[in-house]
Design a protein around this ligand. Structure first.
Ligand code: LLP
Length: 414
């Protein structure tokens, strides 16, 4: 099960990728439900105490994907009204939903309070006052946590590291106590938790442990001041393998063991985690069709029908994602740039990449596309978004239709 080659043919679970793409065309995202379930269960089993796995739905917010985790008992980490809407539609228990983000508006706060989610993770005093004001209007008490900036270097890509002093996220470490004390004075605030998230695609568990130790110290200090933390939210960030030769992320067991060790003095608190990439990243591929080959001087270009509008990670972060033919023919290898149709030099899926060549009309799979793939897609160059497929065992289902030309202009007024 999962995504693998059998006799040189790529399969997602028990279904041949070639047969899916012949049916639904390209570009297409294809997910393995089995992989999603296995990842969730790996993490779930790693905990030895009360916990909640709140899937960071920004990684993959298709309703069927969210529902897969909800059915396993998972919750959701949301960052917008739209994500809360999706989580509720997919059947996530509101009591397992946490709300992250630095810029929640009154409207979003109201929607979260009306739906009685587990807690709103606040990042500033301004936001605290806003939540108190909105809760008062609704005659409610808002369960809140503060997101702490633990000032720990996560050793990941600068665009996805969030726990440093220079980042916009979280309450500065030295202001945390004062901020909680201020919250304690407000009538419509129920201090419920504490949260941190130091970055994404973490390949080393030491920064998570270091941050946890710093946060544990704060919980102790809060306790001394009579403030009792009921939920400790450790954010997301656990990395996955993008590059088989280089990436060696910690296992779920190691990651959880470090967290549990750091918070062992608070056994009654609920441990919340917000994994995104770990749950879905390696469970998805994006498949594109080779349209043309082109050589420019010494450079080979393999031009495909998917671009940065479909999968932006390589262009935006210089991220590496493996690309392989859907059918391996052991033909000649080439070093090439795999590029898309978008009118931008930065529109590439891989650069100076060695792979087996695929003839025009053949298919390429971009691996590890289950996280931050479709969710970051756009309609740039007026290209309809790809369709999404979920494979379950021997069969597959379209879980989001390919966009039509009419979808492209929906809402526009002439
Ligand atoms: N919790 C919070 C508060 C977050 O900001 C994030 C990710 C997560 C959880 C989930 O992190 P994960 O477990 O997936 O690492 N677009 C980038 C990743 C941006 C991550 C943003 N925040 C990429 O494609 O690599």
């Amino acid at each position: 099960m999962g995504i693998k080659y059998i006799d040189n043919e790529l399969y997602v679970d028990n279904v041949k990728v070639a047969s899916i793409v012949e049916d639904v065309k390209t570009p297409v995202y294809i997910y393995s439900k089995q992989h999603f379930i296995e990842q969730f269960e790996k993490l779930d089993k790693a905990f030895s105490r009360k916990h909640s796995i709140s899937f960071a739905i920004k990684a993959n917010s298709n309703l069927s994907v969210i529902k897969t985790f909800a059915e396993l008992g998972g919750g959701a980490d949301i960052v917008s009204k739209g994500e809360l809407f999706r989580a509720l539609k997919a059947g996530v228990d509101p009591q397992k939903i946490v709300f992250s983000g630095v810029a929640k508006t009154d409207d979003e706060i109201e929607y979260a309070l009306q739906n009685d989610i587990m807690m709103i993770n606040l990042e500033s005093k301004d936001e605290l006052y806003a939540v108190n004001r909105v809760a008062k209007k609704l005659n409610k008490k808002a369960r809140i946590a503060f997101r702490i900036n633990p000032e720990v270097d996560p050793k990941t890509h600068p665009y996805i590291s969030t726990g440093l002093k220079k980042n916009k996220f979280g309450v500065p470490y030295e202001e945390v106590l004062d901020t909680y004390i201020e919250a304690g004075k407000l009538d419509n605030i129920d201090i419920y938790g504490i949260q941190f998230h130091i970055g994404s695609q973490l390949l080393d568990s030491t920064p998570i442990y270091d941050a946890s130790v710093k946060v544990a110290d704060i919980i102790k200090q809060l306790k001394e001041k009579g403030i009792n933390i009921k939920a400790i939210d450790v954010g997301g960030g656990l990395g996955i393998v993008y590059n088989k030769k280089e990436d060696n992320p910690p296992s779920a067991e190691t990651y959880v063991a470090q967290i549990e060790e750091a918070f062992k003095d608070f056994p009654d608190a609920l441990l919340v985690c917000e994994p995104g990439r770990f749950l879905v990243g390696n469970g998805g591929i994006m498949v594109a069709k080779v349209v043309y080959h082109k050589t420019n001087g010494k450079k080979n270009f393999v031009i495909v029908d998917a671009g940065m509008n479909d999968l932006i990670r390589p262009s935006l972060y210089g991220a590496f994602q493996e690309i392989e033919p859907v059918k391996i023919k052991n033909s000649q290898k080439i070093v090439c740039d795999v590029v898309g149709p978008i009118c931008e030099t930065g529109d590439f899926l891989a650069r100076d990449y060695e792979m087996e060549d695929v003839e025009n009309g053949g298919y390429l799979a971009v691996f590890s596309s289950g996280a931050y793939g479709f969710t970051m897609a756009s309609n740039y160059n007026s290209r309809p978004k790809a369709c999404e497929i979920m494979v379950e065992g021997n069969s597959y289902k379209i879980i989001r239709k390919r966009e039509s030309l009419e979808d492209l202009i929906k809402g526009e007024i002439l």
